[in-house]
Design a protein around this ligand. Structure first.
Ligand SMILES: Cc1ncc(COP(=O)(O)O)c(C=O)c1O
Length: 355
């Protein structure tokens, strides 16, 4: 089955082969070298000099670790979709004081509103979703970082789960204190690993707060990483091998610029196709480079399409949550090629007879 859903994504055969590498001890030089190698490559992708921790959990694990270990008194959760809302759920379940400011599904985060919320001085921590996978809005980091940089005490947590590896993210330039991401989307890997970059401000905050929880405790994970370049418990070693291999491919074989360019080419192709036959949910300037949400303005039968595509070996994605019955999403992230994408869109045209 070819996965045209916005994660997990199809993984190249040679990356999957890495999963069958013989296992090694989680306490020894070899694993430390592997962990160091991954971290140094992730730094290049995140464009940061900051420390990075890797966690053997999916992205939600790192979202929870970051919010719990970095919020001192009160967090501002800015959301424009389901994954932004998730941070608020995490706050509630962890008894973290937080306020949710919700923008409509499909709308970007408005920097003027962000500024007025931060000017209340109620918050020491901010969470924002860079690429809201549920609606395909990519928030503008230039606009938003210009605002959050005015608040030197604020710790900024940015969710880049569905954008890192598919579009440029400048952690240091944008003053992102904790950049959270995961393996199974634009990086083109299986699920099971997530990452958090930590600025000095974030490390100071974490030390001020102290230990929080046990398995998913950012401070413990960070300390073990600094001390031994290892993980406090047994990490998902097989995926670490695949990650190291794929990061090498991204940086040294495909090249970051080429990768971002390919993602943009895929995104433009889908946007043009969608505009020809349907309508796009998101306004120009805020459209994601890794996934596109299309309004089914012709009210065509999506259940029928899904079934027909499945018969041909393709997994189709409806819209998310409230948008499920009115929209559908086309993912264009990871190692997807333009030829594969064209084939998928041609199949949709045939099945729905879009001539
Ligand atoms: C933007 C975003 N954040 C967070 C998550 C949650 O990540 P995970 O499923 O790896 O826990 C996802 C998953 O789809 C996502 O797209």
């Amino acid at each position: 089955m070819k996965l045209f859903i916005p994660g997990p994504v199809d993984v190249r055969a040679e990356v999957l082969e890495q999963l069958s590498s013989p296992l090694i001890s989680h306490r020894g030089d070899e694993i430390s070298k592997l962990q160091m190698s991954i971290i140094s490559k992730l730094k290049q992708i995140m464009k940061t000099e900051n420390d990075i921790v890797i966690s053997s959990s999916s992205g939600t694990g790192s979202m929870e670790m970051a919010l719990r270990s970095l919020t001192l008194n009160r967090a501002l959760i800015i959301s424009n979709g389901a994954f932004g809302d998730r941070f608020y759920e995490i706050a509630k379940y962890n008894h973290i004081d937080a306020d949710l400011h919700r923008f409509n599904d499909g709308s970007p985060v408005d920097s003027n509103i962000l500024e007025s919320l931060l000017k209340t001085n109620l918050y020491d921590t901010l969470t924002i979703t860079h690429n809201e996978t549920s609606t395909s809005v990519m928030n503008n980091l230039n606009e938003l970082s210009h605002i959050w940089k005015q608040f030197p005490e604020l710790v900024v947590i940015l969710d880049t789960v569905s954008s890192l590896g598919g579009t440029q993210i400048d952690v240091d330039i944008h003053g992102i204190d904790a950049c959270v991401s995961a393996s199974q989307k634009a990086l083109g890997l299986p699920p099971g690993l997530s990452f958090i970059s930590l600025s000095q401000k974030a490390i100071n905050r974490m030390n001020q707060i102290g230990y929080k929880g046990y398995y998913l405790d950012l401070k413990r994970v960070f300390e073990m990483s600094k001390l031994k370049n290892q993980y406090p418990s047994t990490p998902t070693i097989s995926i670490m091998y695949a990650l190291d291999y794929q990061l090498n491919y991204i940086l040294n074989i495909e090249g970051l610029e080429n990768r971002y360019h390919r993602h943009l080419e895929l995104a433009s192709y889908v946007r043009n196709w969608a505009t020809k036959h349907f309508e796009l949910l998101v306004e120009d300037g805020y459209r994601s480079n890794t996934v596109t949400t299309i309004k089914n303005v012709k009210h065509l039968d999506m259940a029928f399409l899904k079934k027909e595509l499945a018969n041909k070996g393709y997994l189709f994605s409806n819209g998310y949550g409230k948008l499920k019955s009115e929209t559908f999403r086309i993912a264009h992230m990871g190692d997807r090629t333009i030829e594969e994408l064209k084939k998928y869109l041609n199949l949709i045209e045939e099945i729905w007879q879009l001539y």
